[in-house]
Design a protein around this ligand. Structure first.
Ligand SMILES: [Cu+2]
Length: 168
């Protein structure tokens, strides 16, 4: 940039403007630097952050056609949904909910829409309530064994976990 005033060589014409421009660009880069981590933080909250803990199931013989898997699903990010499950050890796996009727009869139903996993929350799959039902079980589940299970989430995709076979 030429800053030259022919009439007064000691005071260039664009002196003031040059300072303002410099300050503006400095402010702009400051805003940009501050905005980066804020945008990154907001970005993190856009996505679910799912972790699965304490996955377990009871020991059962092959003759038992079904078995239930329990676990705690934690989510430190945005809402998600457990939509389905699959395991080599099971002909198929479904998401079920057990409930007790007023006359004391335990029954369970298939949750076709899966389970909502709220933002910053956790959902416990536990005896008497939610569980992953292993149907057409293919083998003995014996104490200490680990069963591979894949969980499918609407936004997070698939998560492979191990289900520990143990007594409650
Ligand atoms: Cu069930």
């Amino acid at each position: 940039m030429q800053c030259y005033n022919a009439s007064r060589k000691d005071k260039p014409l664009c002196y003031e403007g040059a300072i303002v421009k410099k300050r503006n660009s400095w402010l702009l880069s400051l805003v940009f630097i501050l905005a980066l981590p804020i945008t990154a933080c907001l970005g993190a909250k856009d996505k679910p952050d799912i972790s699965i803990a304490e996955a377990w199931g009871r020991p059962s013989p092959t003759s038992a056609m079904t078995a239930a898997f329990y676990m705690v699903i934690r989510n430190t990010g945005a809402p998600d949904r457990l939509v389905s499950a699959q395991s080599e050890a099971c002909g198929m796996a479904e998401i079920h909910e057990s409930s007790m009727s007023s006359d004391g009869v335990m029954s369970m139903r298939h949750l076709e829409n899966g389970i909502d996993i709220p933002a910053g929350g956790e959902v416990a799959l536990e005896p008497g309530g939610l569980h992953v039902m292993c149907i057409e079980k293919k083998a003995d589940f014996s104490e200490g064994e680990k069963i591979d299970l894949t969980l499918y989430f609407e936004k997070s995709g698939s998560k492979k976990i191990e289900v520990e076979i143990r007594e409650p």
